[in-house]
Design a protein around this ligand. Structure first.
Ligand code: F6R
Length: 369
């Protein structure tokens, strides 16, 4: 069943290039336009939407945080992302012009289901992004875009997360296409970039041996911190969540710009800090800022584990460990930057003697609020 892998998690990490390719399949035509027939919400409703609200939990919430950057950049529609468990209790402002996106691998998460029910009661249209055919969340939504990750058995979400990101990018681009924003050329270019993602993820997977070795060497540590900026910030949160749930270690993700507002006090000698570095091309101001963050923490004794694009030489002098990922457009970087963090958490958990497919106290689908 595990196809020769030591765990379902390792198998599912390895399946990511295919999961991504399957989720793109049939949704982009030869001209680079999107054909999302399953989004049954009428085009005029999508054109008139004045706000997008994303609700989700855990890893799916992190996908939503990344989606916000893409949706706002490509469509200029304001987008909020909220933990499903918090959503309905704060009396959120929703109406017929609100498009709610509910993201869920299982389609059975009670917090997410209750959030979408609340949204529909207020007249909002709900689009589900879901990996499980015919599950409750898509059944109760106005439309569904299925991720084609295949069954995910390990409790920790890996391939479902990458396909949730793909689905979010597709929805963002589709909204841009339907609304005819001024980003049309960029949107066409991104559609082309998406088709190279399965190959890029494959290349990351081929270079993971040093990451495994590094993870094993950190098995005795108490804390690992994760830093990122822009879309690298939710990637940092996801890296920390994976480590908590699998390795039972204290792990925290921060926006790198927040360091000096508190977290830098946590930096002490030899504490491992994983830093997700944005591309030096594109929005290079982000890159320069994070390079100085790396210098700051290193000066205070941190052991820097730097995830950076191939060819990014500026960070190399400050990296105690350098993990290379293929060059991607800024907004798509989470698709490749998350993979080493999954491998890192899985290997560290194994080195600590933990059962990676069934972490203590956790269930694959959380059907109570
Ligand atoms: C983390 C993880 C959980 C789920 C969360 C939502 O690895 O698996 O955080 O992402 O419980 O589950 P779904 O996507 O099924 O709604």
């Amino acid at each position: 069943e595990k196809g020769g892998y030591a765990s379902f998690m390792l198998k599912e990490i390895a399946e990511q290039p295919k999961a991504v390719a399957d989720t793109l399949l049939g949704r982009i035509d030869e001209t680079g336009s999107l054909t999302l027939d399953e989004v049954r919400i009428p085009a005029d409703v999508l054109r008139e939407a004045d706000k997008v609200v994303i609700v989700a939990c855990g890893t799916a919430f992190h996908a939503g945080l990344i989606a916000k950057y893409a949706i706002e950049h490509w469509t200029r529609i304001p987008c909020e992302v909220e933990l499903a468990s918090e959503f309905r209790y704060r009396d959120p402002i929703l109406d017929q012009q609100t498009l709610v996106i509910a993201i869920s691998q299982s389609g059975e998460t009670m917090d997410t289901l209750m959030a979408l029910r609340h949204a529909r009661e207020q007249g909002a249209k709900v689009l589900a992004i879901c990996n499980t055919n015919g599950s409750t969340i898509p059944r109760e939504s106005d439309a569904v875009l299925y991720t084609h990750a295949g069954p995910e058995v390990a409790v920790a979400s890996t391939k479902a997360f990458l396909t949730q990101l793909i689905a979010c990018y597709l929805v963002a681009l589709y909204l841009g296409q339907v609304r005819g924003t001024k980003w049309a050329d960029e949107i066409r270019a991104v559609v082309r970039d998406l088709s190279s993602v399965p190959g890029a993820v494959e290349r990351v997977l081929e270079t993971m041996e040093p990451v495994r070795e590094l993870a094993r060497s950190l098995a005795e540590k108490d804390t690992v911190l994760f830093l990122g900026r822009h879309v690298g910030y939710p990637v940092a949160l996801e890296g920390a969540l994976k480590l908590k749930e699998l390795a039972y270690m204290h792990a925290e993700g921060f926006a790198a710009g927040e360091l000096k507002h508190g977290p830098i006090a946590l930096i002490e000698d030899d504490v491992p800090v994983v830093v997700v570095v944005p591309s030096p091309r594109g929005r290079s101001v982000l890159h320069d800022k994070i390079v100085s963050n790396i210098q700051e923490i290193r000066a205070r004794g941190a052991r820097t584990i730097v995830i950076a694009e191939e060819g990014d030489e500026a960070v190399a002098p400050y990296a105690d460990h350098l993990i290379r990922i293929p060059a991607t457009p800024t907004l798509l970087q989470p698709l490749v930057a998350t993979v080493p963090l999954q491998v890192f958490a899985c290997e560290l958990a194994t080195a600590r003697g933990n059962e990676v497919d069934q972490p203590r106290n956790l269930a694959k689908s959380v059907t109570v609020e």
